[in-house]
Design a protein around this ligand. Structure first.
Ligand code: ARG
Length: 429
């Protein structure tokens, strides 16, 4: 290693010996303590290749961490595979409950839906995975973390913004962005290194799955003029194939959080699983959208999100009954910003935290039940009840029970329309 020692002919600066010593000391220390990298591991080809590639390219020990947030797969096998492909240690963390409590439900309270269509399943998973990876790095005394995202998507940004917010000193290694391998080269590399090649390698679709939803990209979906083939859907039946009779369900909410289904108290994870089932079997929750990615690309995305669709629709309905007009209108504006922040990977930002505080305050009275009708792909409200309701029958009715003071309408109209009258007179002068 070159050690700075001043220009030719000049006497070395006084501190150079010290610098040399500390650099040598550091090198020696690094020799003793091999670099440790904690990798977010999915068990797929990319992150399996990443284990070996990081080991080789950074001369590092890789600790693989698989996080279970509700994708149904063989996690025991994944945990084993990580060490088979070269990780020094492999951990499996079940984060379903934390995911629902701290990521899904806060988003639901904010009705977080990006560009009016995307329920943000992947976007809210990344900060949680980052949090877990950063924690493991701390426990293991690792100075670096790693994710398998490419340079074209939103996920790299979400991981790295989250790592930065949680521990600004962590070094981030993004193998799939750095290695510059084509798909074929990656497969060659895997074969040379004894990394198992997945049997469904010819599956043209790229998917990301968790409890809150599933995203499907690539293959024929990249032609936005074409209807997606039926084969891509795994959670939902097509509306045509759905039952001819509707399914009615009643969801109970407590301060904006869903707590029961058809009168039975349910934990968040089970409730979401059940709603994915019920919605999916009625063809509810398919989304086909043109999406604006943070990196500037427009992409065609398909989602399956039955539980997200049902719960967000029901939640909005209960809000409409229990939140006053001005708070609700203001909240709708804030929701747009919230969805954008979450999509952009700014989950751990100060603004997001401040909006959460506002949103929580709006949820104080969002308690009650909503009956939803699921029928051939549609999901609509059928009824709602709340003992915190702001709906007043006496105020709303046109029957004889009407208690609204009709005469006061005259003064109200006069005063409310006054500025327009004044402006009109000025124009006519
Ligand atoms: N477009 C969605 C998003 O940005 C889904 C991304 C899916 N990610 C993936 N690695 N397949 O949140």
């Amino acid at each position: 290693m070159a050690i700075p020692c001043g220009g030719v002919g000049s006497s070395p600066p006084v501190h150079s010996a010290l610098t040399a010593q500390s650099i040598l000391g550091h090198t020696r220390l690094e020799k003793i303590m091999k670099k440790k990298v904690v990798l977010a591991y999915s068990g797929g080809l990319d992150t399996s290749v990443a284990v070996q590639w990081v080991r080789e390219s950074y001369d590092a020990d890789v600790i693989a961490v698989a996080v279970d947030i509700g994708e149904e797969k063989d996690y025991a096998a994944i945990q084993k595979k990580a060490t088979d492909v070269g990780a020094v240690a492999s951990r499996l963390i079940d984060a379903k409950e934390e995911f629902v409590r701290d990521f899904v439900f806060p988003s639901l309270k904010a009705n977080a839906v990006y560009e009016n269509k995307y329920f943000l399943a992947t976007a809210i998973a990344r900060p949680l995975i980052s949090k877990i990876i950063a924690q493991v790095a701390e426990e293991e005394g690792a100075g670096a973390v790693s994710h398998g995202s490419t340079g074209k998507g939103n996920d790299q940004v979400r991981f790295e913004a989250s790592f930065g917010a949680l521990n600004p000193d962590l070094e981030v290694i993004a193998p799939a962005r750095e290695w510059g391998m084509t798909r074929e080269q990656e497969i060659d590399y895997a074969q040379q290194n004894g990394i198992p090649i997945p049997i469904d390698l010819d599956n043209p679709y790229s998917m990301d799955v968790n409890l809150w939803g599933k995203s499907i990209e690539c293959g024929v979906l990249e032609d936005p003029s074409k209807e997606p083939p039926e084969e891509i859907y795994e959670w939902t039946v097509s509306p045509q194939a759905a039952p001819d009779t509707p399914t009615y369900i009643e969801i109970g909410f407590d301060q904006g959080v869903p707590i029961s289904l058809n009168g039975d108290a349910m934990d968040g994870v089970s409730l979401i699983e059940e709603l994915n089932q019920l919605g999916g079997s009625n063809g509810v929750g398919r989304v086909d959208m043109m999406e604006n990615r943070l990196v500037g690309i427009k992409s065609r995305e398909i989602y399956e999100c039955p539980a997200g669709t049902i719960l967000t629709t029901a939640h909005r309905e209960l809000e409409a009954m229990t939140i006053d007009r001005e708070t609700m209108h203001f909240k709708q504006q804030v929701e747009l910003k919230y969805s954008e922040l979450v999509y952009y990977g700014l989950w751990f930002s100060d603004l997001k935290k401040a909006i959460d505080a506002f949103v929580n305050s709006t949820q104080e009275n969002v308690t009650g039940t909503v009956t939803m009708k699921l029928y051939k792909g549609s999901c609509v409200v059928a009824g709602r009840t709340s003992n915190r309701s702001l709906y007043s029958y006496e105020m709303a009715t046109y029957d004889k029970a009407d208690a609204f003071d009709h005469a006061s309408g005259k003064g109200f109209c006069e005063v409310f329309g006054l500025p327009l009258k004044v402006a009109a007179r000025l124009r006519m002068r």
